[in-house]
Design a protein around this ligand. Sequence first.
Ligand code: ATP
Ligand code: MG
Length: 317
Amino acid sequence: MKKLVSAGEIVVEIMADRVDQSLAEPGLLHGPFPSGAPAIFIAQAARLGQPAGLISAVGDDDFGHLNIDRLRDWGADVSAIAVHKEQATGTAFVSYRADGSRHFVFNIKNSAAGSIEIDEGAVALLAGADHFHVMGSSLFSERATSVILAGIEMVKRKGGTVSFDPNIRKEMIELPGMREALTKVLMLTDIFLPSGEELFIFTDAADEASAVTEMLARGISAVIVKKGSAGAVYYDRHRQVTAQGFPVTEVDPTGAGDCFGAGFVSFWLRGAHPEDALRIACACGALAVTRKGPMEGIATLAEVQAFLDDAIGRPSP
Ligand code: ATP
Ligand code: MG
């Protein structure tokens, strides 16, 4: 089976207890939960049985070990996650707003994650990789961007493929160099996985159809637009496939896009039809939102299949 690699931030996520809770004053918090978009993606891919590994860095602290243990327990290759003595593991504090948006306080660039590099472990992992997945949130510094571009280069040189989820929070888009880095990655992308407005970061097009046409004309093989509870739409040069979201009770939306992406890319790498890859992806995304904590809703392939069997037997709402 093809091996999938990503590079980027590992963090713990700590979330406010109440909707609209301020992070500027003391309050009840939940966590730490293992997190970081590329880590969630790799955990979900591994849980589906896809060979998958992550290039990252954590501190030699409880938060770092929590993440490494989780990834290892779930079958991911953790050989390229460096453990630093001098720096602490990254953190993301999040508070949910009543309108469904999220407010974050990040410590990533100045955490151990900021020291990410192509060391011996990373070179060895990339040597065995067939596919590289990029999370836009991982382009948080010049150094992290250079690691990702080097990873893409190594995988592409061997005839491998690249997927890209812009996954860009409003707190990050104006970071110096971010837009340029996102554009560079887009030029090297085979599978593009934007959610909602992210489709329009790279184009002046006014509607989804023309934006997608423009992306496909740039040489991207497939564009999959994620639409939260409404599901997702797949586009390539020949067809469009729409998947409805599965009805679930949303407890915590963080991580849905990462799990969705891992589901889609894992099955695309296995040569599945877009309809099938999309169905698995939507199931992974739907299951992800049913638990508090970005990785807690990650399901195994058997659990995803049981969920799909159950959903097919159930009349649509
Ligand atoms: P994030 O960046 O917060 O992880 P995203 O914005 O990248 O998420 P979403 O569109 O929110 O991605 O979610 C990805 C996919 O997960 C959706 O396309 C859908 O299939 C599934 N999904 C998300 N939320 C729900 C929900 N409430 N009910 C059912 N399915 C959902
Ligand atoms: Mg996302």
